[in-house]
Design a protein around this ligand. Structure first.
Ligand SMILES: O=CCCC(=O)O
Length: 456
């Protein structure tokens, strides 16, 4: 039996070890979730809303405790961990306040004078398969609308963040949610697929890699269960000649370095019109070099390390391969000498179109910068990827910006801002970035049955 280990990637220290659940224990949890669903689905929106508000309060009151757990398990700097916990409280408050309104039944007046209603009723037990990069946020983004809609939830979290996974269940317990409304299951990937086959599970939401998404979606598909997939991204950040270049470059560095580059919506490909390319590159270098490396728990650290040594190795290989194929390393690119999870922030230019930096997602602090002749070339390059999550576009001409935004093949385009998730805005991708939407009204409608009641 393989233990699930909580390891601090900055020090390499094993913090805790956990014995995974047995198949029977996993089944018992699923049965408990189903039993709780039978009463939870009948609870009032007012009760659900007040529990979600209490979860938000618990997160705010014990923010330091939860933030420290995040930083210790996956190496995020403490100021980012605090912001993540705050954002989880925000999404709980958001659905506590808006959930009932989002799920109001619709009334339809038919042309023949007859009437119908559409009710939005919970599916049942929903399985969440979540990643380590935002170990709290990704889970709360799923859990707040799912619970508010009257579903119950089972969480299979990434195996490197078991303490965060257990702490999240604790948040819901402390808030007073009924036992079984939200349960964390410490299990491996094979057990997750077996769990998904259990008829109790009605649907699954996965945020993670394409490989994990395909495995979950194909198992769910065999059993005719709905899935929502939030997968990778290779988001373009387009800078046109008429943009505020200083602001664009400063934001570009933030957009690439957020979470030490380990975010699906981090800007990954910077596509810059040739007349402002040199200025943008110089400013990008300046802002990047101002960032401070340090211990994730230090207040003034801007970045620390990659979440796991094997991920740092994989990223390093993508950079090396791009270089061997003709790419130019302008900054960084050296192998780590101390901690194997270290990574030097890196800038690549002159990137060949068949290299990893062009066609793959680089999940870490590596900026790929491209020079283009004009707007049309910028759009073509932005769309020349299998991914379609987000995109950022910089121009002072907002009318032109909106027209270009319509041509970019992604789930979101942000004008003169970096891409960011926000409870008020639907979030999700197209192409190999997945399907379905989280957040906003769209998010709470994913796991409900839109039931037509014909009234005659
Ligand atoms: O990693 C992907 C999403 C992160 C976010 O919602 O900000």
């Amino acid at each position: 039996m393989k233990l699930i280990k909580s390891i601090n990637p900055f020090s390499g220290e094993v913090l805790k070890e956990f014995v995974p659940l047995t198949p029977r224990e996993m089944e018992i949890s699923a049965e408990k979730a189903q039993n709780t669903f039978e009463s939870w689905k009948k609870s009032s929106f007012t009760d659900r809303s007040s529990l979600l508000k209490r979860a938000a309060n618990e997160l705010r009151e014990n923010r330091e405790h939860y933030a420290k757990l995040i930083s210790l398990e996956m190496g995020k700097v403490i100021k980012e961990s605090r912001a993540e916990v705050e954002k989880c409280a925000w999404v709980c408050d958001f659905y506590a306040e808006k959930g009932e309104e989002f799920l109001q039944s619709d009334r339809i007046d038919l042309p023949d004078g007859k009437k119908a209603k559409v009710l939005y009723q919970p599916f049942g037990v929903i399985l969440a398969v979540m990643p380590w990069n935002f170990p709290f946020w990704q889970v709360f983004r799923f859990a707040a609308p799912t619970l508010m809609a009257g579903n119950t939830a089972l969480l299979k979290h990434a195996s490197n963040v078991p303490q965060c996974a257990l702490a999240i269940q604790e948040v819901f317990e402390k808030a007073g949610f009924p036992e079984g409304a939200f349960q964390t299951l410490l299990i491996d990937s094979d057990s997750t697929l077996r769990l998904l086959e259990n008829p109790i599970i009605k649907a699954a939401s996965l945020t993670g890699s394409e490989k994990a998404g395909a495995a979950v979606a194909s198992t769910a598909g065999k059993h005719i269960k709905k899935t929502l997939l939030e997968l990778g991204g290779s988001d373009p950040f387009i800078v046109l000649a008429d943009a505020d270049i200083e602001k664009a470059a400063e934001t570009a560095v933030k957009a690439r370095m957020i979470n030490f580059g380990q975010s699906c919506i981090a800007a990954k490909r910077f596509i810059v019109e040739e007349s402002v390319y040199d200025e943008f590159l110089a400013l990008f270098k300046k802002h990047l070099s101002a960032l401070k490396k340090g211990n994730p728990l230090d207040e003034d650290s801007d970045f620390a390390c990659i979440a796991r040594p094997d991920l740092a190795v994989e990223l390093f290989e993508q950079v090396q391969k791009t270089k061997e194929m003709g790419g130019k390393i302008v900054v960084g690119g050296k192998a780590p000498t101390g901690n194997p999870a270290d990574f030097e922030p890196t800038i690549l230019t002159d990137i060949p179109h068949d290299s990893p930096a062009f066609s793959e997602e680089l999940f870490g602090p590596v900026a790929s910068i491209f020079k283009v002749k004009n707007v049309q070339e910028a759009i073509s390059l932005a769309n020349a990827t299998e991914f379609g999550l987000g995109g950022s576009l910089w121009t002072k001409d907002l009318k032109k910006g909106e027209l270009i935004a319509a041509e970019i093949e992604t789930g979101a385009v942000f004008l003169n801002s970096m891409v960011a998730s926000n409870p008020w805005l639907p979030f999700g991708g197209i192409k190999k970035s997945g399907y379905g939407r989280e957040l906003a009204r769209h998010g709470i409608l994913e796991f409900v049955n839109a039931k037509t009641v014909y009234l005659g």
